[in-house]
Design a protein around this ligand. Structure first.
Ligand code: GTP
Ligand code: SPV
Ligand code: MN
Length: 590
């Protein structure tokens, strides 16, 4: 039928049938079955450079690194173009865009028909999760984007390993990505949970098109998780090892561009010598109750698709090491000798740059040199602090779950929920200022339950029920906490220095899960007592300042509870009554 470079590495009839069907629809000139080999990477990279899709960066400074510029109107996730297509609209719920599956298939198949004429369709098989894990799942992404193929190779376990895991099973995610010249008018990210299908059209950017990540691992993942009794969450996973070798595993859900990658790669300050923080995952956690009653987490990904701006050798040396080789950069700025730069990388900007749109840039230029949502894709094995457990099929047992948002006011630095149900309420009512990770206004507080507002693949009210139900399957529940690294003083300065100093908060959390640290009862939950929070060696930080960062202002909380009510109204039809009761208890305590 079609020219094939290399035969498929699988005899799975469901795979072959589906690929042939989609190829017949899109009509590519060539069909390439990817195998994940080094030879293939070298060949495709060379082709991407020849076609101007990637720019080869300075190989002395950045060995194995390449650069990609996306279209200026295709630079972030498009939440308004993201759809959950279920037979019944209630299944998508009030917080998702919904469309009838039949209509959406018709529209998108219409866009895709013949769209790959003159182009190549790549068949990208991948695993989400380490081989051999009961949580691991198989996906297949068909794409006409070389940038996607090479990024998927970094972000997932891509290649024949996926066919080996799949065998003759029909249980795999079917993802079709058609670039359509990144035309915003034909930009759709459509999920069909009832069929385990994703179709993405009209974009070539990150979360819109790396279909293993937000589409499969979170939106369809959360749908499957409810059906199968586990949790698919927008969470980092870290391991905290104390000087005497005790390891505690923690997950944290912060909204997009709110600090997950940085927290997962934390380097403790000098006063915490002997503590080792290692990264299991920086964006997604799949968690399942184990036979021992604890909750076990795996990171389904194999790489980091992280925010570049703000990343530097002081605040995140592990990330800087991770992106020093074999990394694909998108929409950062370039130096004349083809090194990369972004706002916050160095204190002084270089005198001359090429900005993310390809224009000359100097420190006097009005716009930023790098896009605010410019990113890197780096293999997790590049991270000096990568936890060896990332390949453990069992996953790691979680002792604490942390929720957190980006809040200039109201939210204290840290508090602990009284119990699981209260913790679910704390997560459900999370608010955060919007960031450049999604198109639209930046800096507006919105409710973002469990940091999953853009990623929950079904009815948000049902999702909260699922969280409450999970408690019955976990006899040793993780303790639940809330943090805010982003509170500001009247002058607009951050009250808390953040980054490595977040170790002090993490230490209290670890000690709480081990029953070692004291706490005081406050209206919001348990907060560290004055002697239980280690401020040793902090410059310009006094107990007074901590009190300011921890302050609970009743006026602000009155507005906060009203803000939460907006979400509760929206979810009313499916809102668990436990959460309404928690609201009442909070008001009573305030
Ligand atoms: P996604 O990949 O979009 O899901 O984001 P993320 O949650 O992994 O966010 P990331 O760690 O990349 O941080 C986003 C931005 O917040 C970066 O510019 C960081 O420099 C900044 N940031 C991270 N941690 C802190 C902190 O503790 N304090 C302050 N002030 N800024 C932080
Ligand atoms: C996010 O926006 O939460 C990300 C980046 O992690 S993207 O993959 O583009 O969604
Ligand atoms: Mn994310």
């Amino acid at each position: 039928m079609i020219y094939k470079i290399k035969p498929p590495h699988t005899s799975n009839p469901a795979v072959i049938r589906w690929v042939e069907e989609m190829a017949a629809l899109c009509q590519p000139d060539t069909l390439v079955w990817c195998d994940g080999s080094d030879e293939e990477k070298a060949r495709l990279t060379e082709e991407a450079v020849a076609r101007g899709i990637l720019i080869k960066l300075n190989q002395e400074k950045l060995p194995g690194c390449y650069y990609h510029r996306s279209k200026p109107d295709d630079v972030a996730r498009s939440e308004d173009r993201t759809f959950i297509c279920t037979s019944a609209a209630e299944d998508a719920g009030p917080t998702n865009n919904w469309a009838a599956p039949k209509e959406m298939y018709r529209k998108l198949h219409g866009f895709c028909a013949g769209a790959m004429r003159g182009h190549t369709m790549y068949v990208v098989p991948y695993l989400m999760g380490p081989p051999g894990s009961s949580l691991t799942k198989v996906g297949l992404e068909l794409t006409d984007s070389l940038y996607v193929v090479l990024s998927m190779r970094i972000m997932t376990r891509m290649g024949n390993v996926a066919y080996e895991h799949l065998g003759q099973s029909e249980d795999f995610n079917r993802g079709l990505h058609c670039m359509l010249e990144a035309d915003p008018a034909r930009r759709y990210i459509a999920h069909f949970p009832e069929d385990n299908v994703v179709i993405s059209t009209g974009s070539n950017y990150g979360g819109n098109v790396l279909l293993g990540k937000k589409c499969f691992a979170l939106r369809l993942g959360s749908w499957l998780a409810r059906k199968e009794g586990w949790l698919a969450e927008h969470m980092l996973i870290l391991s905290a090892e104390s000087p005497d070798g005790e390891k505690t595993y923690v997950t944290a859900a912060f909204p997009s561009a709110c600090g997950k990658t940085n927290f997962a790669m934390l380097v403790p300050p000098p006063q915490f010598a002997g503590w080792k923080i290692r990264t299991v995952g920086d964006d997604i956690a799949w968690m399942k109750p184990g036979a021992d009653g604890r909750l076990y987490a795996i990171n389904p990904e194999k790489g980091y698709f992280g925010v570049a701006p703000g990343t530097n050798a002081e605040t995140n040396p592990n990330a800087m090491a991770a992106i020093s080789h074999d990394t694909i950069y998108t929409n950062v700025a370039l130096t004349p000798d083809l090194d990369v730069w972004w706002e916050g990388k160095t204190r002084e900007p270089p005198p001359q740059l090429t900005d993310w749109k390809g224009r000359p840039w100097t420190p006097g230029s009005k716009e930023t040199a790098a896009h605010a949502n410019s990113r890197f894709a780096a293999p997790m094995s590049n991270n000096p602090a990568c936890a060896p457990e990332v390949n453990d099929p069992q996953g790691v047992p979680i002792s604490a779950i942390i929720f957190g948002g980006r809040r200039a006011t109201t939210m204290p630095l840290v508090y602990q929920a009284f119990n699981w149900i209260h913790g679910v309420y704390v997560g459900a009512t999370m608010g955060s200022e919007t960031t450049a990770a999604a198109t639209g206004a930046v800096g507006k507080v919105r409710r973002d339950p469990m940091a999953m507002l853009p990623f929950c693949g079904y009815n948000m009210g049902q999702y909260l029920h699922h969280w409450l139900r999970m408690r019955k399957k976990i006899s040793v529940p993780p303790r639940i906490f809330h943090v805010n690294w982003f509170r500001r003083d009247e002058q607009g300065n951050y009250l808390w220095p953040g980054f490595s100093e977040n170790m002090r908060v993490l230490k209290w959390i670890v000690d709480r899960t081990r029953g070692r640290a004291d706490a005081c009862e406050a209206p919001l939950g348990w907060v560290p007592g004055p002697r239980d929070f280690d401020l040793r060696g902090m410059k310009d930080f006094s107990p007074d300042k901590l009190a300011q960062a921890q302050n609970i202002n009743v006026e602000e909380w009155r507005r906060e509870v009203l803000g939460q009510d907006d979400l509760f109204f929206e979810l009313y039809a499916d809102l668990p009554k436990e959460l309404t009761l928690q609201r009442e208890l909070l008001v009573a305590r305030l």
